[in-house]
Design a protein around this ligand. Structure first.
Ligand SMILES: [Zn+2]
Length: 507
């Protein structure tokens, strides 16, 4: 029989606070529990040589165990979670017995897990109905998560009192209590020669770019379920899980190494922090000046590991905001950008009838925050003119397109493309239809020769393959910078380039 464990609502637990220390601590706790401690529980119950580890990563674990031990193990692991996270995180465990000893069925197992989680949810609802949080005058809410009752006072770096609930207290003290465990970015920096001696960031201020900007890169695997469904045996599952784990870790460390290796002495603290890395799930906080090239590299590296699998790739949402912008809002928006990317990618795949690999969407957030990318595009990046629909973004982009866009921005920067022209381009796009075409040509005529050459290539979309959205047999009915996409939407990539400009460095 196999027992399969899956951590519940990982993101709710890890991102319950917006303090970097607690986020990184929570992430490390889950890693430690799933990778080390569950195995110890299984070992204690089954004894030496009586069980087999199938996989164990930040999101869960699976073991082959004797038939009569399943229930006992599940009970012990649940207790372990409760104890080690002070009730902050929970895990679901199920038993599975296939026709043969080595059989594995992703569909059946995920359905079992889903049903188990559903019934737990229903149970919590009933319990919540009977207990309600009361707020008494002498009670303190936790300064970190704002939800739990504070039970401990600690001193913050400025010597001020900080009240913490037991869940946040565990997170805050995890590395202090486990001296042998290092945060992930410290493990990763060992791969990066020139960053090896740089101390890690302690807060979001340390990570931010010179003018105070931070990017949140949220990546998640495409077609994972589809590939998992093809796995029929435990041995195959073992190989696939190990590969998935290594792929993500290597993709991230190699990307950071490639981008930062020649940036000697530029940083007082590591300009990034891995906030979550569990299976194919990655949340990375990084100096905004490096977000685009790092995201592209991560996707590229990840795909290299799965050349033999069908279209196994990443969807990525990048949110750039000022370091003072509320972290939770950035994270929520990155989450919806990620699902937007996945949805659009699936649509484009249907039109193109071929695999397209990884795709990226991004947004630079300032004060006003849109509720979802769809709504933002509908309300702020769309226009109807002469019965035609215009859209001021071409997102999501493939990795190839992102690389080309980054190159264009670098070339414009190198030529000293006048900043004032950027806002003129923005204005031109917003005017829509033929007005955009006329305004853009007016801008071109005033550019010097070098800039004109690059800018003309850019508005024509040279080597950007923007026509990919075309349904077969259709040709653009609108002059550049417009392109005709599916459902006759007329779109442009120019505004995206203007938005990227500030955050791509010339080197
Ligand atoms: Zn708390």
């Amino acid at each position: 029989m196999i027992v399969v464990f899956d951590t519940d609502k990982i993101k709710d637990y890890v991102f319950a606070t917006n303090k970097l220390k607690e986020i990184v601590g929570a992430s490390a706790i889950l890693n430690y529990l799933n990778k080390n401690r569950i195995e110890k529980e299984v070992h204690d119950i089954c004894g030496d040589g009586n069980f087999e580890k199938i996989y164990a990563d930040g999101g869960g674990a699976a073991f082959k165990v004797p038939k009569n031990k399943g229930d006992k193990i599940i009970k012990a692991v649940k207790k372990l979670y409760l104890r080690e996270t002070s009730g902050g995180a929970h895990i679901t465990g199920i038993k599975y017995t296939g026709q043969s000893d080595s059989e594995y069925s992703f569909t059946e197992i995920s359905e079992k897990i889903r049903r188990e989680k559903e019934s737990k949810k229903a149970e919590t609802k009933i319990n919540e109905g009977t207990i309600s949080l009361v707020s008494l005058p002498y009670m303190h809410f936790c300064d970190s998560c704002g939800k739990g009752y504070a039970t401990t006072v600690v001193k913050d770096p400025d010597g001020e009192d900080e009240w913490l609930c037991p869940v946040c207290f565990e997170k805050r003290n995890f590395f202090h209590n486990h001296k042998d465990i290092k945060p992930l970015d410290e493990v990763l920096k060992e791969y990066i020669d020139n960053l090896r001696n740089i101390p890690p960031s302690q807060n979001f201020d340390d990570i931010a770019s010179g003018d105070g900007y931070i990017a949140l890169i949220y990546a998640d695997g495409n077609e994972i379920g589809k590939n998992m469904e093809r796995i029929k045996s435990i041995d195959e599952l073992k190989v696939f899980s190990r590969k998935m784990n290594e792929a993500m870790k290597e993709a991230v460390s190699q990307a950071l190494s490639d981008i930062f290796n020649d940036k000697k002495n530029r940083f007082a603290k590591l300009p990034f922090k891995v906030l979550l890395l569990a299976g194919d799930d990655l949340v990375l906080s990084i100096n905004a000046d490096f977000a685009f090239p790092v995201a592209v590299k991560i996707a590229e590296n990840f795909e290299k590991h799965f050349k033999d699998r069908e279209d196994l790739s990443l969807s990525i949402g990048i949110v750039i905001s000022h370091k003072n912008f509320p972290f939770k809002q950035s994270l929520n928006y990155a989450t919806s950008l990620l699902s937007y990317t996945k949805k659009k990618r699936a649509e484009i795949k249907v039109v193109l009838k071929e695999s397209i690999g990884s795709m990226v969407s991004f947004a630079a957030l300032s004060a006003a925050i849109p509720s979802s990318p769809e709504r933002y595009i509908r309300e702020y990046l769309s226009m109807k003119k002469n019965n035609k629909s215009f859209q001021f973004t071409a997102q999501p982009y493939t990795i190839y397109q992102m690389q080309k866009l980054i190159e264009y921005v670098k070339r414009l920067k190198k030529n000293g493309f006048p900043r004032s022209k950027l806002s003129e381009v923005r204005k031109a796009v917003y005017s829509g239809g033929f007005s955009t075409v006329i305004d853009i040509y007016n801008i071109i005529t005033k550019l010097d020769k070098g800039n004109r050459h690059v800018f003309e290539r850019l508005i024509e979309g040279e080597s950007l393959e923007l026509e990919r959205n075309l349904q077969s047999g259709k040709f653009p009915t609108y002059p550049h910078p417009w392109f005709v996409g599916e459902s006759d939407i007329i779109f442009t990539h120019l505004l995206d380039v203007v938005d990227m400009y500030k955050f791509v460095q010339e080197e």
